[in-house]
Design a protein around this ligand. Structure first.
Ligand code: PRP
Ligand code: URA
Length: 209
């Protein structure tokens, strides 16, 4: 696997992802699995968070304890990225949340921007961009450019399934951004969908099929 691309082939992720891929899975179960995979990916993607030491007193004696140093911003790409936010907030309850609204034009596959609202101190934060699907990479590339324009420097991208084309496009556009994914699938089909994939993540999460 390419440098700075982390495919987390954990058995629990593979198990839950199989449920998400199954077209007969209900909206409720699809959502639950997105949440649970979000927890597992979030755990992996935060493995190198910086720590600082501070003094506390346990019931026994004083000791030097550790806490995370950098503040975090979570940025879901609407709509489907919302399916991973609750899990990440569970892990990092003090995180601030930015939102980016993008959808793919179904003919050109180019992302169309319709919303962007970031925490005002985004440049001081470690930014975790969330979207279950990295297909052509157009949406992730644009979202990260929008975040960088607002001053953020420390950015990671977390997705559930990535296509090789999307990884390549994102690496070329933003070589400083680490990519964490639950699986790397085979390819894109002629409509820009990931194969075998799981279909349209937003529609399956929100029941708009
Ligand atoms: C999906 C997905 C990504 C994008 C990936 O969103 O959630 O944002 O497609 O495709 P790309 O890598 O080729 O850009 P979609 O555009 O379907 O919008 P939605 O989440 O509102 O349904
Ligand atoms: N967006 C999705 O939701 N699914 C894909 O397979 C590709 C883009």
């Amino acid at each position: 696997m390419e440098e700075r691309v982390y495919a987390i082939n954990h058995p629990l992720i593979q198990h839950k992802l199989s449920i998400m891929r199954d077209k007969n899975t209900s909206v409720k179960d699809f959502r639950s699995c997105a949440y649970e995979i979000g927890l597992l990916l979030g755990y992996e993607a935060t493995h190198d968070m910086e720590l600082e030491e501070y003094e506390i007193e346990t019931p026994i004696q004083k000791t030097v304890a550790k806490r995370t140093k950098r503040k975090v911003a979570l940025v879901p790409i609407l709509r489907a990225g919302l399916g991973m936010v609750d899990a990440m907030m569970e892990l990092i309850p003090a995180a601030k949340i930015g939102h980016i609204g993008l959808y793919r034009n179904e003919k050109t596959l180019e992302p169309v921007e319709y919303y962007c609202k970031m925490p005002t101190d985004i440049e001081e934060r470690e930014v975790l961009v969330l979207d279950p699907m990295l297909a052509t990479g157009g949406s992730a590339k644009d979202a990260i450019s929008m975040i960088k324009k607002r001053g953020a420097k420390n950015i990671k991208f977390i997705c559930i399934i990535a296509a090789p084309d999307g990884i390549k496009a994102l690496r070329e556009a933003h070589p400083d951004v680490d990519i964490y994914c639950g699986a790397v699938d085979e390819r894109l089909n002629e409509h820009g969908y990931i194969v075998p994939g799981l279909g349209d993540a937003g529609d399956r999460l929100f029941g708009t099929l």
